[in-house]
Each structure stands twice: as structure tokens, then as C-alpha cells.
Design a protein around this ligand. Sequence first.
Ligand code: SAH
Ligand code: SF4
Length: 360
Amino acid sequence: MSESKPAVLSLSAADLEAWLIANGAPTYRRRQLSGWIARGAASFEEMHDIPKPLRTALDRQFRLTSLRTVATTQADRGLTSKTLYELDGGHSVEAVVMRYADRSTLCISSQAGCPIGCPFCATGKFPFGRNLKAHEIVEQAMDAVRLLAGESRRLTHVVFMGMGEPMANYQAVVESVRHLAGTDLLGISPRRIVVSTSGLIPRIEQLGGEQLPVTLAISLHAARDELRDVLVPINRKYPLEKLITASQGYAEKTGRRVSYEWVLLAGVNDTERDAKELGRLLRRKLAHVNLIPFNPVEDTPYRAPDRAAIRHFKELVESQGLNVTVRDTRGRDADAACGQLHERVMRERTVAQAARVQGA
Ligand code: SAH
Ligand code: SF4
């Protein structure tokens, strides 16, 4: 497949309409095309209510997606599936589809790699690759739509919790959210879109002014600066007190409760002291705490607490008057903590390369 052909979703509505006019087609074909993409079309060819010569011209000029599937894995008896994609230029990113009784959620990547470097995260272990373009983010959703359409399911929720720090790729992320929320394509309510951030304060403030009431998730993981400086290194630049002020500013502007994420690391941030500090930090705030049992990553010093320790921590935080849920651990056997399939494939590639070098 030629990388030189633009991906059709990389064109703005105006540019695509200009292309249609230049090719002798009415502009309403753009909506038809978007409709097919939104229903999960896998080729221009199958868009049968678009005249054949126009389909051929589209196919000659554009790619339906720029993403190439490199690997897929399944977990939870098929309820979770993960795909690793190669981007133009060779970097790769992953996306995870999680199926529930009443919804289907896609965990999406915004960067190849991540510049923040949290020590417990698989994504942070590789050198930063590059920012994704808006269409590359949207294309992950389109591929999920395609997959789910084959199961008579609809994509209902999107979470920016895959690889990368969304707020470090701000423009493309906001543009992709507008696409995902737009009625031309998927029409997913911004309320069902979660943008998770390690805490880039200026961007959180900017997001509050976008008239795009997405759910904001803050990756907190520690409620004292000394520990958060280690677990989420951007904390040295944007410390806790200012971060909470910015997040609550977002809550007030949008009326949306902020989600605070807390990856539970045994003996590191799951103690009584941590629960009390968390309680003090968020009490009486428009906030919800999500406890995430650590998904083990090789070559890190961290361990997940056992079930009893998780329950105990939850009760301690609840007793401080906070709303708390423990996130389910979907996809453990699919390398599904984001960054992990990428990590495994990269490791295998490195081993294969080393073998080739040795054999040469
Ligand atoms: N960079 C953004 C979004 C991607 S990470 C952020 O950090 O918020 C999405 C969530 O997964 C974050 O809360 C992150 O801390 C968490 N996470 C990363 N590695 C994990 C692991 N090994 N186990 C459990 N959660 C992890
Ligand atoms: Fe980046 Fe988020 Fe991983 Fe930290 S947890 S390294 S911010 S992807």
C-alpha cells in the first residue's frame, strides 16, 4: 500500500468537497462517504450507492485508513481485543476494544510512545516516537467500528488511555474529539469520551475553554508531591496543589465530575497514609476516584497489591467521604495495559534482529 496516497480522513470537509467538485461529483457525496466510514466500511468499493467511477477515483487518490494492523490479541474470552498498528513512517501504536453488556469502549492512543516517562508504565519505557495526527487517532476508532459492526455492536465510549500523553498532543487530540463527536461521523457524545492526562496544567485550562465537555481523568497516583514527583515526573513542573486547582476549574466550567486515577502499587501508594492524603486532597470536590490495580510491567520494581489490600484501601478512601470504584482488570492476558502489546512486539523484534545479526 502506498504511503504517498493521503488518508481520506486527513482531508478537511472543505478540501474533500473541493476534490469532489474537481472530479465532477456533487458535494453531498462527502456525507455519503462519511456515512459509509461511520458504519465501518472496509473499502471504497463496497460503497455501492456511490457511482462506480467515483469509487474508482477515490480509491486511486486516497487510502481509507493510514493504519496497518501488525498484531492482534484477545482476552477475556473475546470480550477484549487489542490491535497494534503501524503508522506511516514506521512507528506503532495500539488500541484496545472492551465489550460490555450495555456498551463498547475503545482505548485509544494519541502518541507513539510517551515523553512523560512514568516508571510503572510500559509506554514510557521506549523512546518517544511522535505525535499522532488527528486522522490517525480517528482511524483507530474507525477500525474499532468496523470490528464491532461485524458483531452487531456499536462503539459507544472512547477513552484516551492508550499510548501517549493526550495533552502533549493537544491540537490533534481536540480535533479528533470533534471528529468523533461530530454527527458526520460517529456522533459519540463528548461525555462518553474520556481524556486522561498526567497533568499538563496549561492544557487542562485550555481544554476547559473548548466548549467540548469531555470527561477529564487526572492520573494522580500519589497525593503528596514527594511521591508524585517519582511516579508521575511531570509533577515536578506541575505540582499537586496547582493541578487540583486546574482540574476543579475544569469541573466548574464544564459541570463534569473529574475522574482521578490511582494505579495501586503495593507498598508504594496503597498505605493508610496514602488513603488519608488522598482524602484530604479531594474531600468535598466534584471528583470520582478510580483505583486501577497495577498491571505488571517487566523490568519495573512494582507489584500489584492483593485483593484484600485493594479492598482495604478502597474502604479507607471511602471512609474519607470520596466516591471510589475499583477498575476491572480487563485484558491482562492480552498484554492489554496500554503499551504492553507494543512492548512485547518490540521485544520480539529486538530478539529477532539480534538473532539475525548473530547469524549474519
Ligand atoms: N498518558 C495519559 C493517558 C494514558 S495512560 C495518562 O497518564 O493519564 C492511561 C492510564 O493508565 C493512566 O492513568 C496510567 O497511569 C495508567 N497505567 C499506565 N501503566 C499502567 C499499568 N502498568 N497498570 C495499570 N495502569 C497503568
Ligand atoms: Fe505517559 Fe501516561 Fe504512561 Fe505516564 S502513564 S508514561 S503519562 S502514557
